[in-house]
Design a protein around this ligand. Structure first.
Ligand code: PMP
Length: 406
C-alpha cells in the first residue's frame, strides 16, 4: 500500500498549521480523517435522497431505507456476521457497550454476579459496568497486566467462579497499543460457559475482524475511528443472545404494536434502535468500510505495522525516551504512548502542536491503567493508513526540538 497515493483522498491532510507547518496528523486513535468518498456520499444523500427511513410509502423514503439497510449489509459483510439482525446501529462504541451492560445485566445478572474486565480498559468499558454495579449490585473483577502492558492470562483464568456472567475486554489498547489474544480470551470464557464482549474501537481500523472466527458474543466499534462519520457505531451480537435481551430504549422503530395495556417489540435488530436512526451516517460508515476493504485490511495492517516498527525504532534513539506497551510489534498496534525524561506530556504535546504535529496527551480515558503504570498521563502518537515514514521523521525531529528547549 502506498500511503502517498491515498493521501489525496483526504483533503484535510493538505492543511497548513499556524500558516507555517504542514499538518502531521498523529491523533488517529482519537478519530481518523475522512476521505472524499465518505463525505461526498453523505452530501449526495442529503441533497438527493433525504427522507425518514422505514415504513414510508413514498419514493424517497424507500430509497433512503434501501441505502440504510444496504449499509447494514455492508457492516454484516465487513464483520462476517451471520445475519443483518445481528448488526445494531448505535452512536458508537460507548453506546454499544452501555447497551450490552444494561440489557445483559437486566436479563442475566443478579446482585453479586460478576463481570470480568481488564486493567487496560477505556473508561467506557469500566463505567458502563459500574453503573450496573450501582443499579444492581453486580461486581467487577479485573484482569491485571504485566509491566510491558500485556494481559495476564494466568490471572484471568483464576477470576472465573460460579458468579461470573460475562467477560468484557478490549481487542487493542488505546494507550499501550497491545493487541490482546482475544481468541484465547474468548475460548477460555466459553469453556466456563461465559459470553464475551469485545471492544473493537481500536482494532477494526487496523486489522481484519471476523466475528464468527473469533466466536465473540458481542463486538463494538465506532464509525469515526475507521474513516467514517461521527455519531454512528455498531454493536454486533449473536442472534440467540440479542433475542434474550430486553430493549435498551423505548420509542418509535423498536415496537411491533403499542397499546396502553401491552406493547410488543420489533424483530432484531430494530428492537434496539429506538427513534429515527442516523441513516445518513450509516451511509457514510458503509462507504468508509468499502474504502478500507478496497485498499484491503491486510495491506493497511502491513503498512501500519511497518510504520509502527519504524517509529518505535527511531523514537528509541531519543535519549530519555520511554515507550509504553509491548516491544514486539507483532502485538503492538499503531498506537505509541511515550514519555521523554521528565518533560510533562502536556508540554510535549503543546510544543509539538506548535510544529504542526497533532498528538494526544493525558490519561486517554484510561485512568485505572495510568494508576497501574504509576503515571498521570502520556503523549500518544497513533497512525492511520495515510501516515508516512516522513511524518514519523517529523515527529522524531519535533521531539528532539522540544527536548532541546528543556
Ligand atoms: N474503547 C476504546 C478502546 C477506545 O479507544 C474508545 C475511543 N477512544 C472508546 C472505547 C470509545 O469510543 P467512542 O468515543 O467512539 O464511543
Amino acid at each position: 500500500m502506498q500511503a502517498m497515493q491515498v493521501r489525496s483522498d483526504f483533503p484535510i491532510l493538505t492543511k497548513t498549521i499556524y500558516k507555517k507547518y504542514p499538518l502531521v496528523y498523529l491523533d488517529n486513535a482519537a478519530t481518523t480523517q475522512k476521505p472524499r468518498q465518505v463525505v461526498e456520499a453523505m452530501t449526495e444523500e442529503y441533497y438527493n435522497v433525504n427522507a425518514n427511513v422505514h415504513r414510508g410509502v413514498h419514493f424517497l423514503s424507500q430509497q433512503a431505507t434501501e441505502l440504510h439497510e444496504g449499509s447494514r449489509e455492508t457492516v454484516r459483510k465487513f464483520l462476517n456476521a451471520q445475519s443483518t439482525g445481528e448488526i445494531v446501529f448505535t452512536r458508537g462504541t460507548t453506546e454499544s457497550i452501555n447497551l450490552v451492560a444494561q440489557c445483559f445485566s437486566d436479563a442475566f445478572m443478579k446482585e453479586g454476579d460478576e463481570v470480568i474486565v481488564s486493567e487496560m480498559e477505556h473508561h467506557s468499558n469500566i463505567v458502563s459496568w459500574q453503573l450496573q454495579q450501582q443499579r444492581k449490585g453486580i461486581k467487577l473483577r479485573v484482569i491485571p497486566i504485566t509491566d510491558d502492558g500485556q494481559l495476564r492470562l494466568d490471572e484471568y483464568e483464576k477470576l472465573f467462579n460460579d458468579r461470573t456472567r460475562i467477560v468484557s475486554v478490549t481487542h487493542v489498547s488505546n494507550v499501550l497499543g497491545t493487541i490482546n489474544p482475544v481468541k484465547d480470551i474468548i475460548r477460555i470464557a466459553h469453556e466456563h460457559g461465559v459470553p464475551v464482549l469485545i471492544d473493537g474501537a481500536q482494532s477494526t481500523p487496523h486489522m481484519k475482524v471476523d466475528v464468527r472466527e473469533l466466536d465473540c458474543d458481542f463486538f463494538a466499534f465506532s464509525g469515526h475511528k475507521i474513516y467514517g462519520p461521527t455519531g454512528i457505531g455498531v454493536l454486533y451480537g449473536k442472534e440467540q443472545l440479542l433475542e434474550k435481551l430486553p430493549p435498551y430504549m423505548g420509542g418509535g422503530e423498536m415496537i411491533k404494536n403499542v397499546s396502553f395495556e401491552r406493547t410488543t417489540f420489533n424483530a432484531l435488530p430494530f428492537k434496539f434502535e429506538a427513534g429515527t436512526p442516523d441513516y445518513v451516517a450509516s451511509t457514510g460508515l458503509a462507504r468508509a468500510l468499502d474504502y478500507v476493504s478496497n485498499i484491503g485490511l491486510d495491506a493497511i495492517e502491513a503498512h501500519e505495522r511497518d510504520l509502527t516498527a519504524y517509529a518505535m525504532q527511531r523514537m528509541a534513539e531519543i535519549e530519555g525516551m520511554k515507550i509504553y506497551g509491548p516491544a514486539d510489534v507483532n502485538i503492538h498496534d499503531a498506537v505509541i504512548s511515550f514519555q521523554v525524561g521528565n518533560i510533562h506530556h502536556l508540554d510535549m504535546g503543546t510544543l509539538l502542536d506548535r510544529l504542526g504535529i497533532a498528538v494526544r496527551t493525558g490519561h486517554h480515558c484510561a485512568e485505572p491503567l495510568m494508576r497501574r503504570l504509576g503515571i498521570k498521563g502520556t503523549c500518544r502518537a497513533s497512525f492511520a493508513l495515510y501516515n508516512t515514514r516522513e511524518e514519523v521523521d517529523a515527529l522524531v525531529a519535533g521531539i528532539q526540538r522540544v527536548k532541546q528547549m528543556f
